[in-house]
Design a protein around this ligand. Structure first.
Ligand code: NDP
Ligand code: HSE
Length: 435
């Protein structure tokens, strides 16, 4: 049988890895796909570098539009990144009847609805396994493996760069900037690393997970996003002392009144498997009503782990491209006419537990005032520690609360900060027991 012909847009970390894996495992992949998968054209900006990488195996072109409009290409693999040029290329490829494989979560989180609608109209597949959690087949697991379930919630460490930074800060006490530079050197970070550090990349991925878990459109603009840049070593240490680890966690939960969609630094009990996911590893915990909890773990970034997911999509497209489009797995797991319009809830409506840290004058009655405010706001305290500040008359107080509504916690924090005996802002972190 004729090989299926692939045009590769971008030959950087993931593009290069994809090219290598396809070449190295060509026979094994063909045995699975039923025919060979061959990259015939590659586009990159630096043509000399690209040519030296692919040799005579594929034609290297400067204009990516030459690939998406080429009638001989069956599948376009978009590995350029960003949501400007990449969006134009993907839409043009679909308009030309090509199937698309992409690792670009930024593109799909912002323009997924438009892209999937056009793909459905044209009867082509847009596959994005590599866009979430690198090499972990989490899209396949949720979209196909868990279809019997009502998914209740998904919680995951889905950004390798920030997990690497938090792990190194906790275990080796290394400064934030040094660890970020190392993550960039290792090819984990986004072209603009603030996407990683400020939680945006994780929110892109969580938006996609939420859509396929609950059958809602992608709604990145409604996600609550808080990164790790203002996280302090003090809180990492206090959390440790209290039996918790801090991770940048993406949480999406189905509630009767809507869907929670949030990314923020989160305390997780140290004994949980998720709390022990270190370095650039990713892990996603999915709670389904029938199956219970299932956990998916693996490399969330890097050349070949991500290529593994890209190639898996290429094999799926090769197997399925002759199938009736109506009978393929829907892009967002649910049939387009059966999507839900459940709203994404604002962060003030979220219910979770909290870690609150503040500095107070160590005088009689201060604790009573604070606990009164918490009680008034229906916030129940799970545990508390008080640490005298050496050489001063002040103390740090840390509360862990039971579940409370964020709006109540915000109101209580405002009242606590107004007390004359409270000498700091309240540091507020969310806590998930993941039981
Ligand atoms: P790189 O920066 O390493 O590679 C990007 C490639 O795209 C390069 O070949 C570059 O060409 C090419 N390119 C960039 N801009 C243009 C342009 N304007 N016109 C033509 N070509 C262009 O990125 P990655 O491989 O790391 O990431 C690619 C995608 O994969 C992104 O969407 C990213 O979010 C996603 N991803 C990355 C992961 C990772 O671990 N790195 C993991 C999962 C997903 P040249 O080199 O010649 O400049
Ligand atoms: N920058 C991303 C990360 C790459 O660190 O997880 C993988 O999507």
């Amino acid at each position: 049988m004729e090989p299926i012909r692939v045009g590769l847009l971008g030959l950087g970390v993931v593009g290069g890895g994809t090219f290598n894996v396809l070449a190295r495992n060509a026979e094994e992949i063909a045995r699975r796909a039923g025919r060979h998968i061959v990259v015939t054209k590659v586009s990159a900006r630096d043509l000399v570098k690209a040519k030296s990488r692919v040799g005579d195996a594929a034609q290297v072109v400067a204009d990516p539009f030459e690939i998406v409009r080429d009638p001989s290409i069956d599948i376009v693999v978009e590995l350029i990144g960003g949501d400007g040029l990449a969006r134009e290329l993907v839409l043009e490829a679909i308009a030309h009847g090509k199937h698309v494989v992409t690792a670009n979560k930024a593109l799909l989180a912002k323009h997924g609805n438009e892209i999937f609608a056009l793909a459905s109209e044209k009867g082509v597949m847009v596959m994005f396994e590599a866009a979430v959690a690198g090499g972990i087949p989490i899209i396949k697991a949720i979209r196909e493996g868990l279809t019997a379930n009502q998914i209740e919630w998904v919680a995951g460490i889905i950004n390798g760069t920030t997990n690497f930074i938090l792990s190194e800060m906790r275990a080796r006490g290394l400064p934030f900037a040094d660890v970020l530079a190392e993550a960039q050197k290792l090819g984990y970070a986004e072209a603009d690393p603030t996407f990683d550090v400020e939680g945006v990349d994780a929110a892109h991925k969580l938006t996609l997970l939420s859509a396929i878990a609950f059958g809602v459109p992608v709604q990145f603009d409604k996600a609550y996003i808080e990164g790790i840049s203002s996280l302090s070593q003090t809180d990492i240490s206090y959390a440790e002392e209290l039996g918790y680890r801090i991770k940048l966690l993406g949480v999406t939960k189905a509630r009767p009144d809507g869907i929670e969609l949030r990314v923020h630094p989160t305390l997780i009990p140290a004994k949980r498997l998720l709390a022990n996911v270190e370095g650039a590893m990713n892990a996603v915990l999915v709670q389904g009503d029938a199956v219970g909890a299932t956990l998916y773990y693996g490399k969330g970034a890097g050349e070949e782990p991500t290529a593994s997911a890209v190639v898996a999509d290429l094999v799926d497209v090769t197997r399925l491209h002759t199938a009736d489009p109506e009978h393929r797995v829907p892009h967002l797991a649910f049939q387009p006419q059966s999507m839900s319009d459940k709203p994404i809830l604002p962060i003030e409506a979220v219910t979770t537990s909290y870690y609150l840290r503040l500095t107070v004058d160590d005088v009689p009655g201060v604790l009573a005032e604070i606990t009164r405010i918490l009680a008034d706001a229906s916030i129940s305290i799970g545990s508390m520690i008080q640490k005298p500040r050496e050489g001063s008359t002040q103390a740090d107080i840390i509360f862990l609360t039971h579940e409370a509504i964020e709006r109540n916690v915000n109101a209580a924090i405002a009242r606590i900060e107004a007390l004359t005996t409270v000498q700091s802002k309240v540091t507020r972190l969310r806590l998930e027991n993941l039981a």
